[in-house]
Design a binder for this molecule. Structure first.
Ligand code: ZN
Length: 266
């Protein structure tokens, strides 16, 4: 794996910590990467904070961390703890609320489930408290060759650092920095593509909202089913890309809702 050379393996200082998850103290069977391999290019190009370390971790932490783009060890540890706490929220609450001796008075099935919650809650509390192990961290960063581009381009404006480009783009296009940064990383490290993707998403959300309110109002006014109105409007609009929701609703009215004159005459 060619990317592996960019990452320093976290090696525990003490042998008792071998094969231990750095994040929660369980048995380590996998490796987590800070930053994630998928976002390696992003961190190499932008020099955003990142450690370039390969971290022994358990399958569960590894799985929870799939959702994190974080580049540093601390960031990933916080993320893993937060997700663990959320996942075992119920058990943690039981652990906080109940103590062993209170269980005696409960009937069997309730006692059984509270006991299970207590055990899981205690285990989770230990994992959340785990501080990580001492490790050899010499040479972190030294392996990494940052291939920072000469400049970052935002629709023709050029900036020598990612921070400056992000700051400019965020203000010019009124997009929060964190959102823009995430989209940048997910769109080939390209501001133009990132901004287009964000605008597209906003437009789609807006369109859905419009559809919901306009079709809903139409359905109510003419006593039609909302699903029917939605389906018809979608069909009309797919046949004619220029058509607006309003025009589609007018057509629907003319074709399917308005009482025909012959009908009235009868
Ligand atoms: Zn773990």
């Amino acid at each position: 794996m060619h990317f592996d050379k960019d990452y320093n393996l976290l090696v525990p200082t003490y042998s008792r910590d071998f094969n231990t998850c750095f994040y929660c103290g369980c048995i380590a069977t996998e490796h987590d990467y800070a930053p994630p391999i998928k976002y390696r290019e992003f961190y190499l190009a932008t020099k955003e904070p990142s450690d370039f370390v390969k971290i022994p971790c358990c399958a569960e932490c590894n799985n929870l961390l799939q959702a994190s783009k974080g580049g540093s060890l601390d960031e990933r540890r916080d993320f893993a703890k937060e997700k663990l706490a959320k996942k075992y929220d119920k058990a943690l609450t039981i652990y906080e609320m109940w103590s062993e001796h209170e269980l005696v008075s409960l009937d069997f099935s309730l006692r059984h489930s509270i006991e299970a919650g207590l055990k899981l809650g205690e285990e989770t509390t230990e994992r959340l408290k785990y501080r990580g192990f001492d490790y050899e961290a010499a040479g972190v960063h030294q392996n990494v060759q940052f291939n920072t581009p000469k400049y970052f381009d935002v629709f023709g404006d050029q900036f020598s650092t990612f921070r400056e480009a992000l700051d400019f783009a965020s203000k010019a296009y009124r997009i929060p920095k964190n959102t823009l940064k995430e989209y940048f990383a997910d769109n080939d490290n390209n501001f133009e593509k990132a901004i287009h993707a964000i605008h597209k998403e906003v437009a789609e959300k807006d369109f859905k909202k419009q559809m919901k309110s306009q079709c809903g109002a139409f359905a109510k006014k003419y006593k039609q089913s909302v699903i029917f109105v939605h389906k018809q409007v979608e069909r009309y609009m797919s046949e004619d890309e220029e058509m607006t929701i309003n025009e589609a609703l007018e057509r629907l009215y003319e074709e399917r809702v308005r009482p025909s004159s012959s009908h009235i005459l009868k």
